[in-house]
Design a protein around this ligand. Sequence first.
Ligand code: URA
Length: 286
Amino acid sequence: MTTMRHRSAFVREMGLGPVWKLREQAEEEVISTERHEPVQDDTQMRHDFAEVPSMAETFSADAPPAFFDEIPWDEGVVAEEQPTTVHNVANMEWDELEQVMLQCTACGLCEKRTQVVPGAGGRKASWLFIGEGPGFYEDQQGKPFVGASGKLLDNMFRAMQLKRGDDVFITNIVKCRPTDEKGKDRPPSLDEAKACRPFLDRQITLIQPEVIVALGRTAATMLLNTEAQASLASLRGKVHAYRTLEGLDVPLIATYHPAYLLRQPVEKRKVWVDLCLAMQEKALRA
Ligand code: URA
């Protein structure tokens, strides 16, 4: 069960609350922020709050937020056809698996990457957070979620009394940065996701997480094999099952991507509800 202390911490770290003044000032700046542009000052994400919003208040069947749902699956970019090498990683242990990832040329993303971003965290973590793909900073550093959205993700972890490392593993649907023809970040195409999937599947088998949190629509729809156009609003608020290659069902909670929250901070309230649901699910398994 989620305690009041957890909730308060979460609200504090997430900058939730009825007062949104600071955000209004910062909004224009933030809305123009691309997925992985320079880190916002951490204090921008925090607000004072008087009261924790109740579940009933925050968890409504709102229509999908237009800004989010209008983002097309591929942002209009069609990945070039590439012969796909399907890696046979099914029996690999961590070190070998990572070596293969680092040398992977299974899709066109390898041509423009600076570094592969396999993921980071505890190799036996209970929590697995999955984003869509590395952005500019991740590509530079070889680590997941190190840009602005990573800062917010860290705040989410702190609120859940988690931190990167031991009990959390963070990775992405694809391990190399997808870019459009202008060199900007874009979501991965289905083909790119398919080429990378054996890596993710093997990571999940090795980690054996208790709960998976899918960050954003791309990750959620790809992991759940639902229609690409399914809105995140229709996927969140329930416990899905991710079926591992071994046929085990791992509870999966879908929530908004932190980059989306940087543009639409008011949606943090819903993410709080989703993370509470994930914490409850985890507690049920303890
Ligand atoms: N967004 C993602 O989906 N993944 C990252 O690693 C960074 C930003």
